[in-house]
Design a protein around this ligand. Structure first.
Ligand SMILES: [Zn+2]
Length: 331
């Protein structure tokens, strides 16, 4: 894949990464993925990405705005922007790529995979993450899910690495930060492999909500300031950490039907509490099925669409955890 701009020269530039795509339109078709760089020739490098999933537009809005707001004289170091990472999916408002069906956040780090989505991931890992000291990957719930706006970090690595991620999450400053085991093949996993400080975020979902754009914009700039990439000192902000890989943290639908949620994102639920009802679509003689939480916690994310089949995700819970607990080695 060819990048139309020099990423290593000081200044502010925008251009394209050319994803070659031979299809019915042309044998030598190209999909131009937008890329930008701002900065000088000394200091650290941060990579900012969004549009990893093609139906999550909040991060695209934030990175577009930030790229236009910042000039090279405001950046100490270098910031690389790729706001519509999986552009084929973004153009179609789809979570996964219409070209090969792949979920971009599962194809990092596996050279055995092939296809356009894997080509983009390989470019990000080999050309951008390899240049970076820090990275932020902005997500949201897309069409299907709403998240309480929160930071996301992987609860892995040695104590110093974890402390760096904890510090970044505080600077991002969302009310909550989910600490997860992580997914093989994600952009965050690629960042972890490279040993860079990696933060991601979930900024709502469904429709774009203005307050979530502000949380993401202010969080991104304050995190960049905390990393020394902006002239301003970071504001003192705090987050509460939620661990979300315990039994019962994911609530699935037991039957098909119409999901009536009984909770809002960010709300605390208790063990056994009713969190939703599933109403039958094709009969009047059956009562709704009430779904109860097997464990207590904060509703981190919740299904935004009514139609469910058995096994569909309804909500995701996180339990509050002290920072000192996060620094203990995992078994
Ligand atoms: Zn996503």
């Amino acid at each position: 894949m060819r990048c139309s701009i020099d990423l290593d020269r000081p200044g502010k530039r925008e251009g394209y990464v050319q994803l070659n795509h031979s299809n019915n339109r042309h044998a030598y078709g190209v999909i131009p993925l937008p890329i930008g760089v701002i900065g000088g020739d000394t200091g650290p490098t941060a990579l900012l990405t969004a549009g990893n999933h093609g139906d999550e537009y909040e991060g695209i809005v934030i990175l577009q705005r930030l790229f236009h707001d910042l000039g090279p004289d405001q950046v100490q170091g270098r910031i690389i922007f790729m706001p519509s990472l999986n552009l084929p999916a973004v153009r179609e408002y789809q979570r996964t790529s219409p070209l090969d069906g792949a979920n971009m956040n599962r194809v990092f780090g596996d050279p055995a995979l092939a296809g356009p989505t894997r080509d983009i991931a390989a470019f990000v890992e080999e050309t951008l993450i390899s240049r970076a000291d820090f990275a932020i990957d902005l997500h949201s719930g897309g069409k299907m899910c709403e998240f309480s706006p929160c930071g996301f970090i992987y609860g892995i690595g040695d104590k110093e690495h974890l402390q760096n991620k904890i510090r970044a999450a505080h600077h991002f400053g969302a009310k909550y930060t989910a600490v997860v085991e992580g997914s093989q093949g994600s952009l965050s996993a690629a960042g972890e492999r490279a040993g860079i400080v990696m933060l991601s975020a979930e900024l709502g979902g469904g429709r774009i909500q203005r307050e979530n754009i502000e949380i993401g914009y202010n969080g991104t700039t304050n995190t960049l300031a905390g990393w020394g990439l902006l002239a301003d000192s970071p504001r003192e902000t705090r987050t509460t950490f939620l661990r979300s890989w315990f039994a019962g943290s994911s609530v699935m639908s037991p039957v098909a039907g119409a999901f009536e949620p009984l909770t809002n994102v960010g709300q605390t639920v208790h063990t056994g509490e009713a969190v939703g009802r599933i109403h039958p679509l094709d009969a009047l003689d059956k009562p709704p099925v009430t779904v109860c939480a097997e464990s207590g916690g904060v509703v981190v994310g919740q299904r935004a669409q009514a139609h469910v089949v058995r096994g569909d995700f309804l909500l995701h819970l996180g339990e509050e955890v002290e920072e000192s607990e996060l620094l203990k080695p995992l078994n």
